[in-house]
Design a protein around this ligand. Structure first.
Ligand code: ZN
Ligand code: ZN
Length: 399
């Protein structure tokens, strides 16, 4: 049996090639006849939930005549008026209204801000250039920042509904533009939404780079340097260096264990998703190769080998230890349980908490946090093969 270096193979997967739905071991077992290899290249790494090109939000087709774009929000495309009507009633109505409304208030608040002196400085100035990084220090910016926050959230909702890359990128642009204005943590909601947007864009290296940045901000002595970076950046731009293959890193390595529990849930959960996705991809590839050998006596491996070689040419990553990645998952689950024991059970099964929320409006903060995590987290979590099993096993062991 020709030896395949699985470590190298995994390392060679770029975020775009990362497989979420297609390299699913259950699916592979169902299609052992080999037709899978002809129809869907296993290592192409298509994420069926991220559409590079727009499609009809209702019927998911791409007609030759082209698509109509919703003129109010520019986040939904349709093949015809009928599809638009159906989708508008079922999903789009509130998202569309929210986007138009928040876009309007962002514009309005920006105009107002341009006419208002900032902080103690009586002079009028272009605050978006001169005060970048300092926005949390001026009360005048509160309305503007919350309008931007709401707009980002609406784009997030729209993107989850249509799965189109450019809509996710709009959400990211809005979030980063807000992030740029505020170095201190006043716009926390935005800070915590960025890792999720990046996750849905399959930019796991950037998720980790961003989280590394966030978790170091507290300890960052050189605030001046940080503010300088924000001021010198431009709207919607990535502010700190993104690092290739950063997703393999252990975020806790630089921190003492005592500090792990001070990380917020909105950072810990995206970290867990990255690691689950990485291990799931590894397991799927391993399984896929086993299936190929078992069912075809290794003949079909040639078909796969060409594609694998193509990817290996791109780059290789040494020293990836898959067991260490699994240990990171275990540690993350432990830390999440310590920070908020309701989060993981709610991810596995949101229903009991949803029912409780409907029956009694008042809820302790930790349960609310677990519930708020679901709409952002679960669409991604549910797409990772085997992830539910890993969490369920962990929760069983704790019982
Ligand atoms: Zn349609
Ligand atoms: Zn619309």
């Amino acid at each position: 049996m020709p030896a395949f270096d699985l470590f190298q193979l995994l390392a060679s997967l770029s975020p775009e090639q990362r497989v979420v739905g297609e390299l699913n071991t259950e699916m592979l077992n169902d299609q052992i006849d080999g037709s899978l290899l002809d129809d869907k290249p296993m290592y192409e790494g298509k994420n069926p939930f991220l559409q590079k090109e727009p499609w009809c939000a209702n019927c998911h087709s791409r007609p030759d005549a082209g698509l109509l774009l919703c003129s109010h929000c520019s986040t939904a495309w349709y093949c015809n008026k009928t599809c638009q009507k159906i989708h508008f009633r079922a999903h789009h109505k509130s998202i569309c209204k929210d986007i138009s409304k928040h876009q309007h208030s962002v514009k309005q608040e920006a105009q107002r801000l341009r006419k208002t002196p900032f902080g103690t400085d009586r002079a009028r100035q272009n605050v978006f250039e001169t005060q970048a990084g300092y926005f949390s220090q001026g009360e005048q910016t509160d309305h503007y920042m919350s309008a931007r926050e709401s707009l980002t959230q609406s784009y997030f909702d729209a993107a989850l509904d249509v799965h189109i890359q450019s809509v996710w990128e709009k959400a990211l642009f809005e979030a980063l533009a807000t992030f740029r204005l505020d170095v201190a943590a006043d716009a926390e909601e935005i800070w915590f939404i960025i890792p999720y947007i990046l996750l849905y864009l399959d930019r796991d290296d950037d998720v980790l780079a961003f989280i590394r940045h966030l978790t170091q901000v507290d300890a960052e002595q050189n605030m001046e340097e940080l503010v300088r970076r924000h001021i010198e950046s431009h709207e919607g731009e990535w502010i700190f260096p993104s690092e290739k293959d950063c997703r393999f890193l252990d975020i806790f390595e630089q921190r003492s264990n005592a500090n792990d529990y001070s990380l917020p849930i909105h950072i810990l959960v995206p970290l867990l998703l990255i690691k689950l996705r990485l291990v799931a991809t590894y397991d799927s590839i391993k399984k896929a190769i086993e299936v190929v050998f078992e069912t075809t006596g290794g003949q079909r491996i040639q078909v796969v080998r060409d594609r694998v070689t193509d990817m290996l040419m791109e780059r290789s990553l040494q020293n990836l230890n898959i067991d260490a990645q699994r240990e990171q998952i275990d540690h993350l689950m432990e830390v999440i349980d310590m920070v908020n024991p309701a989060v993981l059970p709610t991810m596995v099964d949101p229903d009991p908490l949803m029912d409780r929320f409907e029956s009694q409006r008042e809820m302790p903060a930790h349960l609310l946090e677990a519930l708020e995590n679901i709409p952002r987290c679960n669409p991604c979590f549910n797409r990772i093969p085997g992830a539910r099993r890993v969490l369920a096993r962990h929760l069983d062991r704790k019982k």
